[in-house]
Design a protein around this ligand. Structure first.
Ligand code: ZN
Ligand code: FE
Length: 255
């Protein structure tokens, strides 16, 4: 590993993340849910904040940008599509851009749906992805700005990453997601086992983030439109993936 990741509980159910490039000492905060908590983690690790990588403009993701930039003089990177609403943005990026964190190369993936300018950061050598509010453990973000088709294609893009990819999502929503997931894919044994494991972890106060692409592929109904059990449960046997995804998302919104 050329990077170290420090996960920081923030606000009610957010996670902030620090990514530290070991060789150069460069350190990025993935989003800025809470400047104080992020600062405390930096001090604890003895790291210097050099970058902020924003996934999207929501306050629980960019709310700490200005305070942290003022304190550290760090470089803020965010989506070109969202430049007008990312506080303090220095560098605008688009799909396929490669950002450097010291010696580590980070690929930008556009994943619209939750917001139109949402992006993810993929550390290819390390097989680590920071996906913001696009993909959650056993869930996905609400579509505040995008369409079901956009969100589906964004999830599909993430699902095309290798199974081993470690996925850091920005919220601890997993237990609530599990409660819904088992209702739409009741016959998925891997999902049932995971739901039990999640209940145990949360009872003990242990985070369920990160997850992995492989685990989501097996258990997350939002990325399983080909599951015959899901199709049957939501009455869309043989329908196209976007329609199945849209219906699953709609049911979760009203769950
Ligand atoms: Zn959000
Ligand atoms: Fe959020």
């Amino acid at each position: 590993m050329s990077i170290e990741v420090k996960q920081i509980p923030c606000l009610d159910d957010n996670y902030g993340f620090l990514v530290h490039d070991v060789e150069s000492g460069a350190t990025a905060s993935i989003d800025t849910p809470e400047a104080e908590a992020i600062n405390a983690a930096l001090v604890e690790q003895g790291w210097t904040l050099t970058h902020i990588f924003n996934t999207h403009h929501h306050f629980d993701h960019a709310g700490g940008n200005e305070a942290l930039k003022e304190q550290w003089g760090c470089q803020i990177i965010g989506a070109a599509n969202d430049a007008h609403r990312i506080p303090g943005i220095d560098q605008q990026v688009v799909e396929g851009d490669v950002v450097e964190l010291g010696a580590t190369r980070v690929r930008v993936l556009e994943v619209p749906g939750h917001t139109l300018g949402h992006i993810a950061y993929y550390f290819e050598q390390d097989q680590v992805a920071f996906v913001g509010d696009t993909l959650f453990a056993l869930g996905c973000g609400r579509m505040f700005e995008g369409t079901a088709a956009q969100m589906w294609h964004s999830l599909e893009k993430l699902m095309n990453l290798p199974d081993e990819t470690v996925v850091y999502c920005a919220h601890e929503y997993t237990q609530a997601n599990a409660a819904f997931a088992v209702t739409v894919e009741p016959d998925n044994e891997a999902l049932q086992a995971r739901a039990e494991e999640i209940a145990r972890l949360r009872y003990e106060g242990i985070p369920t983030v990160p997850t992995s692409i492989g685990l989501e592929r097996q258990t997350n109904p939002f990325v399983r439109p080909t599951s015959s059990n899901l199709q049957k449960t939501i009455d869309l046997v043989g329908a196209d993936p976007v329609a199945i995804f849209a219906e699953t998302r709609k049911r979760k919104d009203h769950f």
